[in-house]
Design a protein around this ligand. Structure first.
Ligand code: CMC
Length: 423
C-alpha cells in the first residue's frame, strides 16, 4: 500500500544521513570529512586518513602515533589462520579467500560469536574486554549502545582488528597462491610498507620495500579508502543493520566489491586491454562496445558525470611508479582507448569518463598478479566500510533494520496441482 515506484539500482534513493564523504558528481569533487581528496593525496597517508574517516577529524601527532601502533599491533593473526588459508584450492581467487577470511575472523572473537560467550564472560572477568555484564546476550544487539563507553571500546577494538588484520590476511592469500610460507608482520614499517614486506619478503635480511612504490600504494589506498554509499558500503550497512558482528558485515561488503562492475573492474580493465592488444585494435573494440557486445571497463560511474577526481591522482601516481618499474606496454593501448572514447559521441553523450580503476596499470607495473587487484581495492576500503558501519551503529535513535519493499508482479492465487496431473 502506498508503494508506487521501484527504484531499480537505487538511482534515486538516499538511505542515510552521513557526515563522512561528500561527492559532487557534476563538478568532479570528492572530499573526506570536508578535506579535498587532492590535499589528502598530497599531504596525508592512509592511516591518518583512516582516522579522519572513522572519527571525523585529523588526528593530533599523539593520536596518529597511537592509532598506527594499535593498527599494526593488530596485524598479527592466530597461527590457525595458516591452516585456514592452506585449505583452499591452489588456484583459489584471492578475493574468495579474503572474503572468507573476514567471516572466519568472526569465529575468533567472542564478542562476535554467541557460541564463544562463555569465553567472553571469562575474558571480561579477567579484564581482557570491558563489557557490562548485561552485554553478553547476543551479537550486536546489546553491545553497541550510543553513549556507552563499553560499547565504544568494543567497537573501536573491532575496527582496529579489522584494519590491522586486513593486510595480513590479504598477504596470506597472496603467498598461499605461490606456495610460499607466511611472514609475520614486521615491526618498524608503515601500514603499506608492512603489507609489501609480508607479500614480497623472501628471507633477505634488512628487507626494505622500495619507498616510491610504498608511497604510491599508500596514496592508492587513501584514494580507495571511502566513496560514500557505493555497492559494497551499502552491503555492509544492509548486512550490519541486522546487528550482526562487523567481521560478517565486512565479509559481505568484500563479496559485493568482488564483482566486475565494482572492485573487480580494476582486474577487468587489464583483461580488456590485454584482449584489445595493440592500439590499432581500439576502434574495432569500441564498435563492439557500442553494439553492447563488450563493456568498456574502467569507464563510467553512477555519481561522476564529468570526471572522477581520483583518476587524475592515479595518472600522477602512475608516472612516479613507471619511473621505477618502467612503462607498462599496455599503456599505449590504454591511452589510445581513452583518447578515442573521449572523442566519440556515443561515450560523451552518456557522460562516460575514466574512473579510478585504471590504477590496474600501476598494480601490473608493480608486479601484482591480475586477480589480486580487487584485493588491493578491498583492503583500504575496509576503512570506509567501518566508518559507515560505526556511524550507523551510533546514529540517533539506534539502528533500523534495512528491509526494503518490493512491488509484486507475479501470479495471483493458484491451486496446487499434483505432479501426475501437470501438463
Ligand atoms: N561501457 C559501455 N557503456 C556504458 C558503460 C561502460 N563502461 N557504463 C555505462 N554505460 C552506458 C550504459 O549502457 C547506459 O547506456 P544506455 O542509456 O544507452 O542504456 C549509459 O551508459 C548510462 O549508464 P548506466 O548503466 O545507467 O550507469 P550506472 O550508473 O547504472 O552504472 C557503472 C555505473 C560503473 C556500473 C557502469 O558505468 C559500468 O558498468 N562501468 C564499467 C565497470 C566499472 O568500471 N566499474 C567501476 C566503477 S568505479 C569504482 C567503483 O566504484 O567500484
Amino acid at each position: 500500500k502506498g508503494l508506487r515506484i521501484a527504484d531499480k539500482g537505487y538511482l534515486n534513493t538516499a538511505v542515510m544521513r552521513s557526515e563522512i564523504t561528500y561527492i559532487d558528481g557534476e563538478a568532479g569533487i570528492l572530499r573526506y570529512r570536508g578535506y579535498p581528496i587532492e590535499q589528502l593525496a598530497l599531504h596525508s597517508n592512509h592511516l591518518e586518513t583512516a582516522y579522519l574517516l572513522l572519527y571525523g577529524s585529523l588526528p593530533t601527532k599523539d593520536q596518529a602515533t597511537l592509532f598506527e601502533e594499535e593498527v599494526l599491533h593488530h596485524g598479527v593473526v592466530h597461527s590457525d589462520a595458516e591452516q585456514f588459508f592452506r585449505s583452499f584450492r591452489y588456484d583459489a581467487h584471492p578475493m574468495a579467500m579474503l572474503t572468507s577470511a573476514f567471516a572466519y575472523l568472526g569465529s575468533y572473537y567472542a564478542e562476535a560469536n554467541p557460541s564463544l560467550q562463555g569465553m567472553y564472560i571469562l575474558s571480561s572477568l579477567l579484564g581482557w574486554l570491558t563489557p557490562g555484564t548485561d552485554d553478553i546476550l547476543c551479537t550486536g544487539q546489546t553491545l553497541y549502545t550510543k553513549g556507552s563507553p563499553e560499547s565504544l571500546a568494543i567497537m573501536d577494538k573491532q575496527i582496529l582488528r579489522l584494519i590491522g588484520k586486513a593486510t595480513t590476511l590479504a598477504a596470506m592469500a597472496y603467498r598461499v597462491r605461490q606456495g610460499r610460507d607466511f611472514v609475520t608482520p614486521p615491526t618498524g614499517l608503515s601500514y603499506t610498507g608492512s603489507f609489501l614486506y609480508q607479500m614480497d619478503h623472501l628471507g633477505q635480511e634488512n628487507y626494505v620495500p622500495n619507498p616510491v612504490l610504498e608511497r604510491a600504494l599508500d596514496v592508492l589506498f587513501l584514494l580507495h579508502a571511502d566513496h560514500e554509499l557505493n555497492a559494497s558500503s551499502t552491503t555492509v550497512l544492509q548486512t550490519g543493520s541486522s546487528l550482526v558482528d562487523p567481521y560478517s558485515a565486512i565479509a559481505a561488503g568484500c563479496a559485493s566489491l568482488y564483482g566486475p562492475l565494482h572492485g573487480g573492474a580494476n582486474e577487468a580493465v587489464i583483461r580488456m586491454l590485454i584482449s584489445i592488444g595493440k592500439p590499432e585494435n581500439v576502434p574495432a573494440f569500441l564498435e563492439a562496445v557500442k553494439r553492447r557486445e563488450k563493456v568498456l571497463s574502467g569507464f563510467g560511474h553512477r555519481v561522476y558525470k564529468t570526471s572522477d577526481p581520483r583518476s587524475f591522482i592515479v595518472r600522477k601516481t602512475a608516472d612516479e611508479v613507471f619511473k621505477v618499474t618502467g612503462r607498462d606496454e599496455l599503456l599505449e593501448t590504454a591511452m589510445a582507448l581513452h583518447d578515442a572514447a573521449m572523442k566519440d559521441e556515443y561515450f560523451t553523450s552518456r557522460k562516460l569518463a575514466p574512473n579510478v580503476d585504471f590504477c590496474g596499470l600501476i598494480y601490473r607495473a608493480m608486479g601484482f598478479p591480475l586477480d589480486f587487484f580487487p584485493v588491493l581495492f578491498a583492503v583500504p576500503r575496509v576503512v570506509g566500510w567501518l566508518a559507515h558501519w560505526r556511524q550507523m551503529m551510533l546514529q540517533d535513535g539506534g539502528v533500523k533494520i534495512w528491509r526494503p519493499r518490493q512491488i509484486y508482479v507475479g501470479e495471483g492465487k493458484r491451486e496446487y496441482v499434483p505432479v501426475d496431473q501437470r501438463v
